[in-house]
Design a protein around this ligand. Structure first.
Ligand code: NAD
Ligand code: MG
Length: 402
């Protein structure tokens, strides 16, 4: 019986994780469920899974949840705040932690799980993008097992040799092909992107996901973040990672070998496949995902990415090449920009220029500690926030809000 802590249980990945767990009660027991503000959803999850602990964002929400659970006869202990997340991610009795908080807020609890040597199922790509070197060093020092949940990285993991230890040459790997759906605006005339609304940006053609990653997919910053994620997970440099637009989202990514072989993982676009793979690894369990029907798919298309249409992808390449604090700066500026876009404070086409301005203003410095990563994150967040506020006070038109 594996005991689980689920960080971000009320989100898209959290809910899919619980769906897989629900199918295998003899294998998994949920020890802690952690969410932020969605008390109603967390209440229902606690009633169903009866975890020992639950975490919410603040004391007031904790009181609300505690009262409701007590009235329902549920004995789950309710805690709140970032320290509680770190504590429950590193409890001695926890075997595996699903890291599915969105954004930089997930870094410290995910790192706490890594430092405690847990099996860490990593959905929270922002944590690795921000703190790559610190994170991977912590994995090596603690002996934690890091399993990728991001579908592309899970596909690459499955397509690499089982004994791959981060040395391309030793394993005969010549490169990675990272597939991308191209998002909802792959064919939209570039001139029309200025009027895109948050709901249009979040209407992903293939994947159902949280709003932040949906906007990232629409700008293709998601693929940029995934390139940086791949660099750290597999120790492959940027020049050996090719982004490939693949609108059907059936080939989840590929590994090229020096002998000309190309191995891939295929499946329906449903996150329960990588979640089930990582939960059971190295075994296999049912996920609830329907078998892939190649006759229904019929055609697989592949295109080169268009950097003019997707400037965020070029910004991510730039940050990856610059190294040091640049990916943390990129990630923080992107989080502020996406939030401002979702709130209607900036337009869709202002996201990339805002990130570029922050990257220009804050040169990449060396980062070897978590404190330095967090300082870079804070500086970029402050500057990006200032730029958004200045635009608002200058009376900049609010673009693209329905
Ligand atoms: P989501 O917005 O649906 O859910 C986010 C979860 O994080 C929620 O449970 C929320 O309560 C929690 N959360 C948010 N802020 C928090 C905070 N400050 N403290 C504690 N908890 C907080 O997001 P999602 O789509 O499930 O994505 C989660 C992560 O997984 C992201 O990093 C995303 O990039 C990655 N990911 C998601 C998918 C997908 O299909 N949804 C695919 C690949 C990777
Ligand atoms: Mg992905």
């Amino acid at each position: 019986m594996q005991k689980l802590t689920i960080l971000g249980s009320t989100g898209s990945i959290g809910v899919s994780t619980l769906d897989v767990v629900r199918r295998h009660p003899e294998r998994y027991r949920v020890l802690a469920l952690c969410a932020h503000r969605q008390v109603d959803k967390l209440f229902e999850q606690c009633i169903e899974f009866q975890p020992r602990f639950a975490v919410v964002g603040d004391a007031e929400l904790a009181t609300r949840l505690r009262t409701r659970l007590a009235a329902a006869g549920c004995t789950t202990a309710v805690e709140h705040g970032p320290e509680a997340l770190c504590r429950l991610a590193s409890l001695p009795e926890v075997d595996a932690v699903m890291a599915a908080i969105v954004g930089a807020a997930g870094l410290e609890p995910t790192l706490a799980a890594v430092r405690a040597g847990k099996k860490v199922l990593l959905a929270n790509k922002e944590a690795l993008v921000m703190a790559g070197a610190v994170f991977i060093r912590a994995v090596a020092e603690s002996g934690a097992t890091l399993l990728p949940i991001d579908s592309e990285h899970n596909a690459i993991f499955q397509s690499l040799p089982a004994d791959y230890r981060g040395d391309m040459a030793v394993s005969g790997v010549s490169g990675l092909l990272l597939t991308a759906s191209g998002g909802p605006f792959r064919k939209t005339p570039v001139a029309d992107l200025v009027a895109v609304t948050p709901d249009q940006a979040c209407a992903h053609p293939k994947w159902s996901m949280g709003r932040k990653i949906s906007v990232d997919s629409a700008t293709m910053m998601n693929k940029g973040l995934e390139m940086i994620e791949a660099r750290w997970l597999f120790n492959v440099p940027a020049e050996n990672i090719q982004v490939v637009i693949h609108p059907q989202s059936v080939v989840h990514s590929l590994v090229q070998y020096v002998d000309g072989s190309v191995l891939a993982e295929l499946g329906n676009p449903d996150m329960r496949t990588p979640i089930a793979h990582a939960l059971a690894y190295p075994e296999r369990i049912a996920s609830g995902v329907a078998p892939l029907d190649l006759f229904a798919v019929a055609q697989l298309e592949f295109e080169r990415p268009d950097f003019a249409r997707f400037p965020c992808l070029a910004l991510a390449y730039r940050a990856l090449k610059a190294g040091g604090s640049a990916p943390a700066t990129l990630n923080a500026a992107n989080e502020v920009a996406v939030e401002a876009f979702l709130d209607g404070r900036i337009g869709f086409t202002e996201i990339a220029p805002l990130i570029a301005t922050v990257l220009d203003a804050l040169p990449a410095g060396e980062v070897t500690t978590l404190a330095e990563v967090l300082a870079a994150d804070r500086a970029a967040r402050e500057l990006a926030g200032q730029i958004v506020a200045e635009r608002a006070s200058a009376g900049a038109a609010v673009i693209g809000v329905a």
